[in-house]
Design a protein around this ligand. Sequence first.
Ligand SMILES: OC[C@H]1NNC[C@@H](O)[C@@H]1O
Length: 437
Amino acid sequence: MKRTDFPKEFKFGTATASYQIEGGIEDRSPSIWDEFSHTPGKTKNGDNGDVACDHYHRYEEDIEIMKDIGVDAYRFSISWPRVMTDGIKPNEKGIDFYQKLVDKLLENNITPFITLYHWDLPLYLYKEKNGWLNPDIANYFQDYASLMFNKLGDRVKHWITLNEPWCSAFLGYFVGEHAPGHKDFQESFYVAHNLLRSHGKAVIAFRDIVKDGKIGITNVVTKVESLSNDEKDIQAAKLVDQYINGWYHDPIVYGKYPEEAVNSLKNIKLDIPENDFDIISQTIDFFGVNYYSRQVISYDENHPLKFKHAEGPLPKTEMGWEIYPKGLYDKLVEFNNKYKLPLYITENGMAGPDKLENEQIHDDYRINYIKDHFKSTLDAIKDGVDLRGYFIWSLMDNFEWAHGYSKRFGLVYVDYNTQKRYLKDSALWYKNFLLNK
Ligand SMILES: OC[C@H]1NNC[C@@H](O)[C@@H]1O
């Protein structure tokens, strides 16, 4: 498989997120992840993003690395608390960082794709305004989005409102594994709804400010399969697919939550003002698909949503996620048929047992992973899916949330003691692929 097997305008890129790589906390106000990662027991080894990959000070070097690899595009997120003190007052120093980052990318012919929210909510908005639980958060988000559109929209034409709202809502407010660490089922549904409303308000602003731009939303998209042919397992898997996938896509395209999932939530209040869906279902230009693996589901009477995960038999990454490229093909074809929107794979990649030896990292497992998922991508395109790009997660090893720095997803290895970067064999492979070798 060669690069020229893909459509000429197909964009190959790589992706990161602000809290995971920037550090530079001295020049920004705190986020919910600063408080969460500094709370004992919340992250592996008590790791936090105070320094991370020190990208705030090393962004020029990191762009040189991307240029060397030869990527067409780079997806990154803006730190809301960096560009607006406490999420409210514009901070010119923070805005200036992203101005320079964008200009350096463009100088190197790398197309910027900006994610507005990749989980680092300004702590002030959480503490003083109740964060995503407050319906008014959509107005704060619209103000933030408008500021960014005005400051960068003349040069940045591809925007993503939210990264993986399912993680923010479910992991942050029900499971409690992510910031702010709540464990309240009802709250997680209010948060999901306010995230989607915030998305809609940002799209409304975008249409006024960046008239020649494209905007979408990125969700984690998981292939959900039933453990058996037992009707109860099949139904449980269908509902999980609606909770994880449909819940964050249907309202945007169809203006309503998935019916069976709504009906299954007997004791969850979803008293939603009707015109909310007019806001949420603003026309968008693409869906971003973050694909990693599948979930194998069986029925479980004791779970609030009546399901449990089964251990799949396939080889797994360091995250314990099965390597399942077929799932990517299946979801791309399904989404293309169901939502009829252009798609970007805004994240795909793996955490591996990467070892630095003689300044090299031999990660053939990651090369094979990427090749297999490229194949699924190409098959989907050949079968008619309107797929426009693919961003490998991640450019470099970084802060993997509750796992801290224990999981390495990068094409580039980061020695956190020295901040030295080393191209892994997978980065060298990607470089040759992009040169059509
Ligand atoms: O777990 C790997 C990635 N998944 N999507 C969101 C990113 O922030 C994660 O690092």
